[in-house]
Design a protein around this ligand. Structure first.
Ligand code: FES
Ligand code: FES
Length: 163
């Protein structure tokens, strides 16, 4: 069985994993990172999105072995010393969630979107998040939240995303 060394939310892990074990199941079932949900079995909802080496990936579409020697950040690794990440804060303030099922993935995808484009237009936000589905909000407040987080993050550009 392959052995992986992976850093998740700032903590190193060394584990034997089945070659076909998906990253989302490794995170949830082995590490207890249940803040990353599974929302579909077709890899199209985006609820399971995490950052690998800072880039967003759908963790239900990546074998855990691909995380070997890499750094993974889940929604549980955001924020510092009890202070929420600006994206988490913005989602809260803009009421950008209802049931919350899509929210962890939406937040991680939005952070990656701002890494690529720190000042996106509403249209660019909608385009950038089109791989993440929300059944509840109609997206308007999500777009508002991402715009607010973008403003905040440009004000404090030194802030690190990863723990
Ligand atoms: S659970 Fe991964 S895309 Fe839906
Ligand atoms: S808040 Fe319910 S799916 Fe997005």
């Amino acid at each position: 069985m392959p052995r992986i060394r992976v850093e998740v939310d700032g903590v190193p892990y060394d584990d034997d994993v089945e070659p076909r074990l998906l990253l989302v199941h490794y995170l949830r079932d082995r590490l207890g990172k249940v803040g990353t949900p599974v929302g579909c079995d077709t890899t199209n909802c985006g609820a399971c999105t995490v950052l690998m080496e800072g880039l967003s990936v759908k963790s239900c579409s990546v074998p855990a072995v691909q995380a070997d020697e890499r750094q993974v950040t889940t929604v549980e690794g955001l924020g510092m010393n009890g202070t929420p990440h600006p994206m988490q804060q913005a989602f809260h303030e803009a009421h950008a969630l209802q049931c919350g099922y899509c929210t962890p993935g939406m937040i991680m995808a939005a952070i990656d979107l701002l890494r690529e484009n720190p000042d996106p237009s509403d249209e660019e936000i909608r385009e950038g998040l089109e791989g993440n589905l929300c059944r509840c909000t109609g997206y308007q407040n999500i777009v508002r939240a991402v715009r607010a987080a973008a403003d905040e993050m440009r004000r404090q550009p030194e802030r690190e995303v990863a723990p």
